[in-house]
Design a protein around this ligand. Structure first.
Ligand SMILES: [Zn+2]
Length: 328
């Protein structure tokens, strides 16, 4: 993919994103209007304000300025009442405001500065993620034999092990995971630790070994995973299939969970929950790598997702520690 193509794809993303947030807003509005008493009336009043003000101004051109000020006042008053009504009914007060993923550019990908229109930081980030997610398009090629212990510092860590010993131990656990499949000790494996400790490498090895054994495996970055979830959620019919593949593949490997943009739409997280739940219920194998610590996980994901990940009968949690191998 060239940079230009990545930029085109990113622009398409923003276009979709805005359509989606409009749709989400309409969905919320319908729900709130039908569930909260008095809200429908307030919102209808607010919607009719501009037209009635325009009529009044046309009938009394001399008072046009006053009328427009009055309309502004009434609008603010109605907004206040709507917020109060929402709060009172137990909804967040911004429930009916657009949920932008990026507040800086309101999901346009561009910001206006004094020197003109400029790509937003989120745009650059997205383009780079697209370029790199293709580069490691990835997960192919690596194998456990390529794992060179000498590259891992033999530096002591807490608990009487060195970084090399710990890394070798976790590599061996990964080798066992493929060897004993489907009768692994645990069906799920979470490989955590700071960036640069070899998690993605191990995940790629796992992926390739499974493929070599003819076992259906899908490896996906969490960035792509969330894109798939998003499309499945908003364009349900055509994207359902892609999501079903994730739910049913014998082995699913998710790389770098927690690096995806934060999901502002609760329902998207719900899908992640459904995905984990389905895989656990169907007794399928799942591997996750992450840079997040358990505390960061809690900050980031909902209780429901957390409770799936905390299931000790399903998940084996292996934590890599030590120095960044890329700098060693
Ligand atoms: Zn932005």
């Amino acid at each position: 993919m060239t940079r230009q193509e990545a930029e085109r794809q990113a622009q398409e993303y923003y276009k979709q994103r805005r359509l989606e947030s409009d749709r989400e807003l309409m969905r919320r509005e319908r729900r709130a209007r039908s569930e909260i008493s008095g809200l429908d009336e307030l919102m209808s009043k607010r919607a009719s304000l501009p037209v009635s003000a325009l009529r009044a101004a046309m009938a009394n051109p001399d008072r046009a300025r006053e009328i427009s000020l009055e309309m502004r006042e009434k609008g603010l008053e109605l907004n206040r009442k709507i917020r109060e009504t929402l709060l009172h009914a137990g909804y967040p007060e911004n429930y009916l405001s657009p949920a932008y993923e990026c507040a800086a550019c309101k999901d346009t990908g561009f910001t206006e500065t004094e020197s003109g229109v400029k790509p937003c930081a989120c745009f650059e980030k997205r383009v780079n993620a697209l370029l790199s997610s293709e580069k490691n398009d990835c997960f192919t090629g690596a194998c456990f034999e390529d794992f060179k212990s000498d590259f891992v510092p033999d530096k002591p860590l807490d608990g009487g092990v060195t970084q090399r010993m710990l890394t070798e131990r976790i590599r061996d656990a990964c080798i066992d995971y493929v060897k004993t499949y489907p009768d692994t000790l645990y069906r799920g494996m979470i490989l955590s630790g700071n960036a640069g400790l070899g998690k993605t490498f191990l995940l790629s090895c796992l992926y390739n070994e499974f493929r070599k054994k003819g076992i259906g495996a899908v490896a996906i970055s969490s960035f792509e995973l969330m894109e798939k979830i998003r499309t499945a959620y908003f364009h349900q019919d055509d994207a359902k299939e892609a999501f079903e593949e994730l739910e049913s593949t014998p082995v699913l490997l998710i790389d770098d969970l927690g690096s995806e943009p934060i999901m502002r739409t609760i329902s998207l997280e719900e899908y992640l929950c459904v995905l984990l739940n389905e895989r656990m219920n169907r007794k399928l194998h799942t591997v996750i790598t992450t840079n997040l610590t358990p505390a960061q996980f809690k900050d980031r994901y909902s209780e429901r997702v957390m409770s799936r990940l905390a299931d000790k009968r399903y998940w084996d949690h292996l934590r890599l520690r030590g120095d960044d191998l890329r700098r060693a």
